[in-house]
Design a protein around this ligand. Sequence first.
Ligand code: ARG
Length: 493
Amino acid sequence: MSSKIRLRKVSPQHDMMKDSDVREEKRDVIELKQEVGILGGISLVVGTMIGSGIFMSPANIISNVGSVGSSLCIWAACGVLSTLAALSYVELGLMIRKSGGEYQYLKEAYGDLVGFLLAWTSIIVTKPSSFAIIAIGFAQYVTAPFYPGCTPPDTIMKCAAAFCILTISTINCFSVKLSNFVQIFFTGAKLLIIAAIIIGGFVMMGQGKTENITNGFENSISSFSAVALGFYSGLWSYDGWNQLNFVTEEIKNPVKNFPIAILIGIPMVTVLYILVNIAYFTVMTPSEIIASSAVAITFGDRVFGPASFIVPVAVACSTFGAANGSAFTAARLTYAAGRNGHMLNIFSYISVTRLTPSPALIFNSFIALLMILPNSSNFSTLIDYFTFASWIFYGATFLSVIVLRIRRPKWERPYKVWIVIPAICTAAAVYLIIAPIVEQPSLAYLYAACFILAGLIFYFPLIYFKKVPPFMEPLNAFLQELLEVVPPPDIPD
Ligand code: ARG
């Protein structure tokens, strides 16, 4: 993450220029500095991936697939899929060096409309919902110690989740440096708790508690959709593997650091997740895991005894850090879409005093707050919608690796992924999208698809035919003054 906003004009042609040339050309421009090094990159990836899921999803996975063995296989397979997915994204990220992730790639591969539909869905649904889900995870863990043995009241939970969202958006509006510090600090905190859980589990195993693990594949359920829904929960825990693609303009020496951060970060998270699950299964039976609303707390009570209070604190830190990483990159996407005229222009404006994309941050947080309001906002349903909508676009992005190889064979590709990898990932995405619809059709999936297409209602009049309503200009001017923000100096093509 960076300490200063640099608004750099980037185009595929620019991408082929040396970074030093671009810097020279834009020396006087306020800019997003390239400040994400290896450590920053790894903590952005690891710190967003490890958030709420590993402390909450084990119950959903085991309830879908039935046995300890299948559950561990799902966790491992999700890790492998995330690594392959991220490798496909490295090719795109190093070829099209613009922040904004999938939005930029889909725009290049399939045209403006598809890019817009992604921006629309991500900015209105997937990004704020991931922020909201993690905030709900935060709320569940900070409130749990005050309500031993029962579920905390809904209002208290919602207030805690809102507190998380508002604090993070304030931090991010206030300073990029502070947000960066929060990210690194909380990544450290979560690695400590993960280490403590793993060590605790292995000590118990050493004391002979191995009966749950040795039951292996007993009671496995292997239906087409149960496995896909198991994947949904697992993939939520791994989501965040694409974080670096949202900040490519800010990565130091990207050709070297981008792939290294991915290749260290994601396999590391995979190994940690599998070990944590083994630790959980050592101490709890599958039915105990399913019954526990906060699995790490039950684990802490059994293993850490008087020091168990540390678990909710650490999990709250973990979710807080992941929410921070999510808010940071979501704002970059909103900012990039605003800069290209695919969202309100105001979203690409930068705070004059704080040098942060505050309108984008405020908008994302506002939508996230709306998402925690409905009573139906429960963790696992929200995750199902999130994963469904996200994987539609992840799938299109994997395919874009192949499409761009055909359509833009001459573009410079500092890293070329083995073409079979994006093909496998595309097939996995198709499976993940189709399987739950075929076997357990739910209107929710239809709503999600309709929502994506509803973007067309806005695209044609506002973007394609450029029929901007007359109130937009005064509104823009008013918000600009209110928020003390200025437009980016360069609007890229
Ligand atoms: N993996 C994270 C968790 O378990 C969620 C990440 C959400 N995705 C994102 N791009 N922010 O809580």
